[in-house]
Design a protein. Structure first.
Length: 451
C-alpha cells in the first residue's frame, strides 16, 4: 500500500514537472516570435499598443510610508519639476501596482519632449495580479528583457502582455483579470530600449511592500539592471517600505526572499522628492531615467462642481455675504464601492483671503461629518480619513469659507474675501497586488485524490 501511494505521488510530481516545463517552453516560444495559444475569437484582446485613458473624474495614486501618497497628477508634477521636460534622452516608467494604468495619463500629457515610455500591469480601474514569489507582469517583462536586452520596450511590453498568465491572452477567459497598458511618445517612442544613452539613473519604489512577491520583484529587477545591463548600485535608488529587508513570512504565509544586500531607504514622500531632485541635478541630453513601482496602488474619484469644474473650485463673498461655499458631487458604481476599504480618505488643498484677516474653511461630506480648519494665503493640504460606511453611490461635499469669529471686528458688511479648493480627491483606500497561484494549487488537489 505504501509503495502504491509513493508511486502515485511520484507520478503526480512528474506530471506537475511536465506541466511546468511545457509552460516554460511556451514562454520561451513566445520570445522567439511564435504566437501564444489564441484566446476565444469572441474575446480577442485590443490591438497593441493598448492604452485606455483614465476618465478625468477618476484618479490613481502610489501609497507611501507614513500614510503619505503621491497621486498621478503629483507624480507628473514632481517629474517635470525636478527632472525637467527637455534635458534628457528618455524617461521610462513601469507601474506594477494595482490601477497602474491611471498613472500614465498625466505623464503622457506633461509636455515632456524627450522620449517617454510608460507601461503598467493593469488598467486604471483594475487590480494587478501575482503569485507568491513575484507579480506576473513584472516577472514576464523582466524575463523578456533578460533574454533580449536590446529589445525595444514597446516590443517587450507586447510580449509580456501575451505571456501574462492573468493577462488578455490567458487561455481561460476567467483568468483575464489584468490588461497591461503601454504609451510611447517622443523621437524614439517605438524603438527606445533600456540602453542607448551614456547616463542612467533609476528609482525602484514600493511604499508598503507587505507581500513576499513585492520583494521578489525588487530582487529580479535589481539583478536585471545590474547583471544584464551593467548599471551600478550608485545609479539605482531603492525606496522600499521602511528601508529594511523583512524576515520571516508575509500575511499569506509566503517566506520573504533572502536579503541580497541591496542598499535602500524608506519610501517616504520626502525621500522620493529628494531623490528626484538629486537625479534632476544630473540630467543631460544623454540621460535615461527609469522608474519602477510595485506593491500597493490606490484609486479614487474626483468630485465636480455644478459648473463642471473637476477637482477644483472657488468662491467669493462680498460685503453682503460674509461667507461663501463650493458644492461638489461624485457618483460611485457598485464595483467602486466594493473597492472602498479602511484607509480611504478625502484629500484636498485650500487657500483663502479676507479683508478682515483670518479665515476658516468648513467641509461637510455626505452629512456624516463636518470639520473646520484655519485657512489663509498659501496652499494648505488636508487629509481626512473616512470609514467605508460613510461612502454612498451619490456623494456630496460642501466647502464653506468665511472669516473666523476672532476676525469679525465690526459689521461683516465691511468684509469681502475669496476661497479656493484644489486637487479634491476621494481615495478608496490602497489595494495590494492580488495573489493567485496558477500551479501550486493543483498539486495538493491531485494528492487529495489518493486517500
Amino acid at each position: 500500500m505504501k509503495n502504491h501511494r509513493a508511486g502515485q505521488i511520484a507520478v503526480t510530481l512528474l506530471l506537475a514537472a511536465v506541466c511546468l516545463a511545457l509552460w516554460r517552453y511556451g514562454v520561451a516560444a513566445s520570445q522567439l516570435g511564435e504566437p501564444p495559444i489564441p484566446p476565444d475569437p469572441d474575446d480577442d484582446p485590443e490591438p497593441f499598443p493598448a492604452y485606455e485613458q483614465q476618465p478625468v473624474t477618476r484618479s490613481s495614486n502610489l501609497p507611501l510610508q507614513g500614510a503619505d501618497r503621491v497621486s498621478d497628477r503629483e507624480l507628473a508634477r514632481y517629474i517635470t519639476t525636478y527632472l525637467g521636460i527637455t534635458n534628457c534622452h528618455s524617461m521610462k516608467f513601469v507601474f506594477g501596482q494595482c490601477f497602474g494604468g491611471g498613472m500614465i495619463d498625466e505623464l503622457a500629457e506633461a509636455g515632456i519632449t524627450c522620449t517617454v515610455s510608460a507601461q503598467s500591469a493593469a488598467r486604471h480601474d483594475e487590480p494587478s495580479w501575482g503569485n507568491r514569489s513575484e507579480d506576473y507582469y513584472l516577472e514576464a517583462l523582466a524575463e523578456i528583457l533578460e533574454m533580449s536586452p536590446t529589445l525595444s520596450l514597446e516590443e517587450a511590453a507586447e510580449l509580456a502582455r501575451e505571456r501574462d498568465p492573468r493577462g488578455p491572452y490567458a487561455s481561460d477567459p476567467g483568468d483575464r483579470k489584468e490588461h497591461p497598458q503601454y504609451h510611447g511618445s517622443g523621437p524614439l517612442s517605438s524603438t527606445v530600449t533600456m540602453t542607448g544613452a551614456d547616463s542612467f539613473h533609476a528609482i525602484l519604489l514600493a511604499g508598503n511592500p507587505d507581500g513576499a512577491r513585492h520583494w521578489g520583484d525588487l530582487k529580479r529587477w535589481y539583478h536585471l539592471l545590474t547583471s544584464t545591463y551593467g548599471f551600478t548600485a550608485g545609479q539605482i535608488n531603492v525606496l522600499y517600505g521602511d528601508g529594511a529587508w523583512p524576515t520571516g513570512s508575509d500575511g499569506d504565509g509566503s517566506p520573504f526572499p533572502d536579503d541580497p544586500g541591496i542598499e535602500m531607504i524608506s519610501a517616504t514622500l520626502e525621500n522620493l522628492t529628494r531623490t528626484l531632485e538629486e537625479i534632476g541635478g544630473l540630467m543631460n541630453p544623454n540621460e535615461q531615467f527609469f522608474f519602477l513601482s510595485s506593491d500597493h496602488g490606490g484609486r479614487g474619484a474626483v468630485p465636480t462642481t455644478p459648473d463642471g469644474d473637476v477637482g477644483d473650485g472657488s468662491c467669493s463673498w462680498t460685503d453682503a455675504d460674509g461667507s461663501c461655499r463650493i458644492d461638489m458631487a461624485v457618483s460611485l458604481s457598485q464595483p467602486e464601492l466594493n473597492q472602498v476599504t479602511e484607509g480611504s480618505a478625502l484629500a484636498f488643498a485650500h487657500e483663502s483671503f479676507s479683508e478682515m484677516g483670518t479665515t476658516q474653511i468648513t467641509v461637510w461630506f455626505n452629512d456624516s461629518f463636518s470639520e473646520t480648519y484655519a485657512s489663509g494665503p498659501g496652499s494648505q493640504e488636508v487629509v481626512i480619513y473616512l470609514s467605508p460606511d460613510q461612502f454612498s453611490s451619490d456623494n456630496t461635499l460642501v466647502f464653506s469659507f468665511g472669516p473666523t469669529a476672532a476676525s469679525q471686528i465690526g459689521p461683516t458688511s465691511m468684509a469681502s474675501g475669496f476661497g479656493r479648493v484644489e486637487d479634491v480627491r476621494l481615495w478608496f483606500g490602497p489595494l495590494t497586488t492580488q495573489l493567485s497561484s496558477p500551479y501550486g494549487v493543483y498539486l495538493p488537489l491531485l494528492l487529495l485524490r489518493y486517500p
